[in-house]
Ligand binder design. Structure first.
Ligand code: PGA
Length: 254
């Protein structure tokens, strides 16, 4: 998968707790990233920080994302934010189907609708898949296959080239337990084969696959070199500018 573009995505979740701290973090990353053109870096803050950061988004350099969207564009949906609203704020990426949203009740069908809503507004959905636990019989592969089938349901081949899939085993998120490089590589091959079966090889080759789950500055290099994915979705370690930039640097071929 080394011929594809590399993405390093920082999912800040519900952090930090003030605009001042958010600005410090954003600027710390933005300045460093300006020197790195080989990797697409996406920062995904809580919604309310987006308008402030969108002023700094240019065609080159750091990109901005959202942690979720609603699948309807407009109407009586209290508390929801749509792709239409976000697209006015330079938001080009959106996480869809994160396990923390799924844990709050989001189901596969909603994930699929959100993917379609993002594509309609020319946003790249970063769609998360992952198993709760690993069993020795490998039943978790069927879970991933189901999630991929559901998220791609009704999409055309041309749409597939515009999505990113992030493999995030739930047992590795925020736990400090990272998947091994062979777990990651095996899953990269598995997801590629599912996409090839559902569509075709050429289409599957266009879809960047990311790994997420306790990625840190200390394990990023080996995970990148041996895992065979196209970058990372980073949670906790994206909250320190220096550590996040180290992860970005770990994906550079040097
Ligand atoms: P983590 O989170 O890096 O803190 O494990 C990853 C994620 O939830 O996207």
């Amino acid at each position: 998968m080394k011929n594809k573009k590399i993405f390093v995505v920082g999912n800040w979740k519900l952090n930090p707790t003030s605009l001042l701290k958010a600005k410090e973090l954003f600027n710390g990353v933005r300045k460093e990233v300006a020197k790195i053109s080989e990797v697409t870096t996406v920062v995904i803050p809580p919604y309310l920080y987006i308008p402030e950061f969108s002023r700094f988004i240019k065609p080159e350099g750091i990109k901005l994302g959202a942690q979720d969207i609603f699948y309807e564009e407009v109407g009586p949906f209290t508390g929801e934010v749509s792709a239409t609203v976000l697209s006015d704020f330079s938001v080009k990426y959106v996480i869809v189907g994160h396990s923390e949203r799924r844990a709050l009740g989001e189901i596969d069908e909603q994930v699929n609708r959100k993917v379609k809503a993002a594509l309609k507004k020319r946003m790249t959905p970063i769609v998360c898949v992952g198993e709760k636990e690993r069993d020795s019989d490998g039943a978790f592969f069927a879970i991933i296959e189901e999630q991929i089938k559901a998220l791609t349901e009704g999409l055309e081949r041309k749409d597939l080239a515009k999505i990113i899939i992030a493999y995030e085993p739930i047992w590795a998120i925020g736990t400090g337990k990272t998947a091994t490089t062979s777990d990651v590589q095996e899953m990269q091959i598995f997801i590629f084969s599912i996409l090839t079966k559902l569509f075709d090889r050429k289409t599957a080759e266009k879809i960047p696959l990311l790994y997420g789950g306790s990625v840190k500055a200390g394990n990023a290099k080996i995970l990148h070199e041996e895992g065979g994915m196209n970058g990372f979705l980073v949670g906790g370690a994206s909250l320190k500018a220096k550590e996040f930039v180290k992860i970005i640097n770990a994906t550079l071929n040097n």
